[in-house]
Design a protein around this ligand. Structure first.
Ligand code: TYD
Length: 133
C-alpha cells in the first residue's frame, strides 16, 4: 500500500530513556538511499514547497514539532509532527511544504533516491497540470 500515511514506529520503553527505530523496507515501504535533516529553522519559515516526480520520503520529527502540509492535487491535508515515534510516509507526486517549526526542531528525512535536482517540481501550477492530466 503506497498511499500517504502516518507510520507508527516501534517504541522500546525503558526507564533509562526510550528508543525507536526503522529499517530498510520494514517499517517504511522503500529502501533508503539518502538521509538528510532540517534544523536551525528561524521562526515563521517554510521549507519544501515542491513535489518530487519519483522520490518517496519518510519524515520524522526527531525533536520539537512542525507541520507537513500535503496537497495531492485535489485537497490539502495538514499533519502535525510532534513525536519521534511516528513519521509521515509521502509517496511520489505530492506537493509538500513544512512549516510551523518550533524552536530547536529537527526534521529527519529519508528518501529512496540520491539527490537529483531534475526530480523536483517547484511550480504548483505545473504540479497540478501533471497530476491531474
Ligand atoms: P530543498 O530540497 O529545496 O530544501 P527544502 O525542501 O527543505 O526546502 O534543498 C535545498 C538545497 O539543498 C538545494 O539547493 C539542494 C540542496 N540539497 C542537496 O544538495 N542535497 C540534498 O539531499 C537535499 C535534500 C538538498
Amino acid at each position: 500500500m503506497n498511499s500517504i500515511r502516518i507510520i507508527d514506529l516501534p517504541q522500546v520503553l525503558d526507564k533509562r530513556g526510550n528508543l525507536s527505530f526503522f529499517e530498510n523496507c520494514d517499517q517504511i515501504p522503500f529502501e533508503i538511499k539518502r538521509t538528510y535533516w532540517i534544523y536551525d529553522v528561524p521562526g515563521g519559515e517554510t521549507r519544501g514547497s515542491h513535489a518530487f516526480k519519483e522520490q518517496q520520503e519518510f519524515i520524522v520529527a526527531l525533536s520539537g514539532s512542525f507541520d507537513i502540509c500535503i496537497h495531492d492535487g485535489n485537497k490539502e491535508c495538514r499533519y502535525a509532527m510532534n513525536r519521534s515515534y511516528y513519521g509521515l510516509y509521502i509517496p511520489r507526486m505530492m506537493w509538500r511544504k513544512i512549516d510551523n517549526f518550533s524552536t530547536n526542531s529537527l526534521a529527519l528525512i529519508v528518501s529512496d533516491r540520491q539527490f537529483d535536482d531534475t526530480d523536483y517540481i517547484r511550480d504548483f501550477e505545473e504540479f497540478l497540470k501533471i497530476k491531474l492530466k
